[in-house]
Write a protein that binds this ligand. Sequence first.
Ligand code: SF4
Length: 284
Amino acid sequence: MNCGSLSWSWSRDRLFSFCPRAYWLYYHGAGGGWSALAEPELQQIYRLKKMIPGNWWLDQLFSEALRSTLPFSGKGFAAAVSKLFDRGCGQIRRRDWLQDPGTLNIAEIYYSEIEPELFLKNSRRELRRRLEVLESSPLPQILTQIGEIDRCLLQYPCEIAVGAVTAWCNPVIAWHDQGQLLFLNQLNPDSERFSATLQCVLAMQKFQIPPSRVGFVGYNYETGEFREFSAKALEISITLADIEKRAFSLNPVAFMPNHENCPSCRFRQYCADVPEDQHPIYSA
Ligand code: SF4
């Protein structure tokens, strides 16, 4: 079985730890499943791949609104979030994913864990709360100082060469500030050293800016937790070596299931429908 070249990202790493089979289905098994002419089984894998948990959708709304609201203002940001939310509400109510499996499909609704209207009501309330949390954090003060000219245009997800590995990271935004390049990320203590290290390499590869002039802002959309740090705190070569090692470990001979995580897995419908010995993993 050939699973292509070596790729690594924190999400890939996390999904592989969750279940190697889920990793295979997500990154390899769903290929071509977007086509109306694809086999129903392939379409099912693709549909499940594109589905997202509700709280990821809310995170996505914040990231997308932050990327589109420059110069930043509290009102402009709230309006952008609201517009994106309303668009998503329409997609969820119309079940657009039935026609186009690439459009918004919320896992909890798909698996009948919650009624769509109740989900939307709870989500609207949660977004309002997150906007209040943001307002009382130090982040708006930083964002209002970023001019359009300071902004770094990035192509998401950002691709970075790490030796033989193609690595990916997904900063919310990046901007120049008094000779420094700053990255805003969703705060996550587990992934922080990886994302910050990859962004240092990105700064070098794309903008020729050395790590001594790179800094980071981390913000948790849910709790409002906030953290600033500079690249000086990073052990860049050690982390890059770790990324290469981890990338190699994502390509095992067999993508064994981790049944412990089936109850919360996006692919549980597929794994329940298709007998294990008929998975394409074994026929590829
Ligand atoms: S349902 Fe279970 S075995 Fe199947 S991909 Fe998910 S975690 Fe792995």
